[in-house]
Design a protein around this ligand. Structure first.
Ligand code: BGC
Length: 388
């Protein structure tokens, strides 16, 4: 009987056998989620502290960059209807211009966003006098508001990308009473929503009104004006203002006026008619769906060429619709683009301006033991028509 013949196995056969017995990771498998959060240095504050720029990316094509200086949205990249990304937030490519030139581009604004008449109000019979940094009035937290402070960032989750920016606003900062522990948590969901959750607590009675001051252009920042954008604001009333932008106290119907944006309206169609010096929208709308437990749809903006749509949801009672009236061509922003009047719009979810001096407006008083909590959601999509 001939002896059995043993052939030595070829190298490829050996490798193949190895793959059969040793469990190998599947090299074709996709990572569970392409969501990510990363951070990199973004310059230094004028007093030499390092500023970080956080990048939040989701698996649905969006990217947001937020700086620890001012908890500021620096870039907001969203797809158009064919998937092309554009940065829809006005701002600067470096941090330094934010120190001196920025009209609150992308910033977290506080302790009191919007105006307080003559910078004065009373709490428990005691007068508080704040800086007058906007003609005779106080605007957006004063000379060195939250937009000009360094915040501490903490990554809470990689998926969905979630970063919390917090700081202690000390008692007497900008003459506001009470130590205020404050945070804003940004989450980028896979539905292309940027959620902003604000929280604050105080150790003395104080006033709080926080917002985000992003200047949007849904055709891309620096890509012309926003007069062809279409807007809808879910508000049947607004708070009329005097010449210095302070509410008269009246809550007036928008019906039959150029302020009526309850149906989609091309911004340019009403911009001269609303008046103002310089002309344009710079008004607080009283939202119909308030009070609400969960954020409700407050405003929608559609840009017909790109198909980009922004929907703003909030649990706040008001929204300041501002059409960049004071942009005057003196600011050169990202990619060298010059920003002109009406090149952007802001939708600042908020309490009404000058609430501490108007007992008929929802209260902005925060007392020790109370929790200030509010959420605003910016939802981006790309559609073929307004109302979609
Ligand atoms: C105000 C404008 C102001 C702008 C500053 C807006 O919130 O309503 O009047 O000029 O902020 O950038």
């Amino acid at each position: 009987m001939p002896p059995p013949v043993f052939h030595s196995p070829s190298l490829p056969a050996l490798v193949a056998a190895l793959f059969l017995v040793i469990p190998m990771p599947n090299i074709h498998a996709q990572p569970a989620s392409p969501d990510s959060v990363s951070a990199k240095p973004f310059g230094k504050t004028p007093d030499g502290r390092i500023i970080q720029l956080y990048t939040l990316v989701n698996g649905s094509g969006m990217q947001v960059n937020i700086a620890t200086y001012g908890a500021t949205i620096v870039n907001l990249l969203t797809p158009d209807r064919v998937g092309h990304l554009a940065d829809v937030a006005l701002g600067f490519g470096a941090i330094e211009p934010y120190f001196t030139q920025s009209p609150y581009f992308g910033a977290t604004v506080g302790r009191y966003a919007n105006r307080i008449a003559k910078g004065r109000f009373a709490i428990d019979g005691k007068t508080v006098q704040l800086a007058k940094n906007d003609g005779p009035n106080h605007l957006h937290g004063g000379l060195k508001g939250f937009d000009k402070q360094l915040w501490t960032a903490q990554v809470l989750k990689q998926s969905p990308p979630t970063v919390r920016f917090s700081r202690l606003s000390p008692d007497g900062e900008e003459h506001y009473p009470g130590n205020l522990q404050v945070s804003v948590t940004f989450t980028l969901t896979d539905r292309n929503e940027l959620r902003m959750r604000y929280e604050a607590q105080t150790d003395q009675p104080t006033v709080v009104n926080l917002t985000n001051h992003t200047y949007f252009n849904l055709a891309g920042a620096g890509n012309g004006n926003i007069l062809g954008h279409q807007v809808r604001i879910h508000a049947s009333h607004y708070t009329p203002i005097d010449k210095t932008f302070i509410p008269t106290g009246e809550i007036r119907s928008v019906a039959g006026t150029p302020m009526d944006l309850r149906k989609f309206t091309t911004i340019g169609a009403n911009i001269e008619a609303v008046g103002g010096q310089p002309a344009g929208f710079d008004h607080n709308y009283v939202l119909d769906r308030c009070p609400v437990i969960r954020p409700a749809l407050a405003a929608e903006v559609f840009e017909p060429r790109s198909g980009r749509m922004l929907k703003v949801y909030t649990d706040q009672p008001g929204i300041q619709f501002y059409t960049g009236n004071f942009l005057d061509g003196t600011i050169r922003g990202k990619r060298g683009k010059v920003y002109h009047q009406h090149d952007a719009f802001c939708l600042e979810t908020q309490h009404f301006p000058d609430s501490p001096n108007h007992p008929n407006f929802p209260s902005t008083l925060l007392k020790p033991g109370q929790a200030y909590r509010t959420t605003t959601i910016l939802k981006f999509s790309a559609v073929t028509g307004a109302g979609a």
